[in-house]
Design a protein around this ligand. Structure first.
Ligand code: PLP
Length: 356
């Protein structure tokens, strides 16, 4: 894979590092940021000179369009360090493709692939000490784009800022996740923006999720907006069901985000001769499978937690507890993915990309 050198990025290095003050064994997800950030502005119809600078606060006019109309999209990805000190990204071209799919839906300009990949690599080279080796440690990377133009007429902006910030992350043990199947609220609708990583999709989930949390559930599993009869996704994760030995997950649509973890798991399942069915998943089928014992596992899949097993769900005021599984698919696929990400196993699909 060839790409231009990083020499086309203006770099201002931080004079000091905050790293000595960070307790890497006790990180709260998403609260600590590295010494540098990547910034590139879109002005007069084109992306300007990309820059890396010390992580710092920024100023915007109160009229910046992002504050009023929510033109904002983001990505979530991770960098890993192997025991030899090499730094790896996992399928970063997929994140680049997806941020542009998200941007297009929000009438925002696409970001060039070489800027995206070179920006990541240059940033990771500067902040590589923030990536700790060992399975479970990673550097969470947050590329995002916001509309910065100071104007409050309701139309797409003419100015945007693309940025990447980085946050060290520890193995994320979600514990036992109990979920509520959505019966009233929806996160996305036909023709809407559910397939985009649009900031507003998250804002819209916070209130219904807080109601679920008051009832003792950590997450909502979203159902289709028109009938609430089909299970779609976990909101920040895609969702898988294991019925007997078959893995079942909903097909991608304009309501469901095309998760990179999801498609990697589908591929790993095929590699392991685990039968996979990508099809609509009726709530009634999952409840019946829970009653007759054929429902073995439910798990969420996404970059942050990789795989997050679900121990119980509620629907129609009925609570279903899932059995503890030996040889769980959740455990197996999580291990396989982590081993590929950390350069501990063969990468036969070419998913790893070394940061040199
Ligand atoms: C980011 C996200 C996912 C998971 O995608 P990955 O590429 O696997 O991290 C799933 N659902 C939604 C709504 C998301 O925003």
């Amino acid at each position: 894979m060839t790409h231009p050198s990083n020499s086309n990025i203006d770099i201002v290095k931080s004079n000091t590092s905050k790293i000595e003050n960070v307790d890497f064994d006790n990180l709260t997800f998403g609260r600590t940021f590295t010494d540098h950030m990547f910034v590139c502005d879109f002005i007069d119809g084109k992306w300007q000179q990309p820059k890396i600078m010390p992580y710092q606060a920024m100023t915007f006019e109160p009229s910046a369009r992002v504050f009023h109309y929510g033109q904002a999209v983001f990505e979530g990805m991770k960098a890993f360090k192997d025991d030899a000190g090499k730094v790896w990204l996992f399928r970063p071209e997929e994140n680049h493709k997806r941020i542009n799919i998200s941007s297009a839906r929000l009438a925002m300009p696409e970001f060039p692939k070489d800027y995206f990949l070179d920006g990541l690599e240059a940033l990771l080279k500067l902040d590589k000490d923030w990536i700790k080796p060992g399975v479970g440690n990673s550097l969470y990377l947050r590329p995002f784009v916001i509309a910065t133009e100071p104007a409050i007429s309701a139309s797409p902006a003419n100015m945007y800022r693309f940025m990447i910030i980085c946050s060290p992350a520890k193995a994320y043990y979600s514990g036992k996740v109990r979920v509520l199947f959505a019966e009233k609220y929806s996160r996305s609708a036909d023709g809407g923006v559910g397939f985009a990583k649009a900031a507003g999709n998250y804002a819209a989930q916070f209130y219904p999720t807080s109601l679920a949390q008051e009832k003792g559930y950590q997450q909502i599993i979203w159902t289709d907006a028109s009938t609430h009869e089909f299970l779609e996704e976990a909101g920040t994760m895609n969702i898988f069901f294991r019925i007997n030995d078959t893995l079942v997950t909903a097909p991608i649509s304009d309501r469901i985000l095309d998760g990179i973890t999801r498609k990697s798991i589908i591929q790993l399942a095929e590699d392991n001769n685990v039968p996979v069915e990508v099809r609509r998943v009726p709530v009634s089928e999952i409840k019946e499978a829970a009653r007759n014992g054929s429902l073995k596992e439910i798990f969420g899949a996404g970059t942050a937690a990789v795989i997050s097993p679900i121990s119980a769900f509620e629907h129609g005021n009925e609570v279903f507890e899932l059995p503890e599984m030996e040889n769980a698919y959740a455990t197996m696929f999580k291990k396989e993915l982590l081993n590929i990400q950390h350069n501990l196993s063969d990468d036969k699909h070419g998913w790893r990309r070394e940061v040199k």
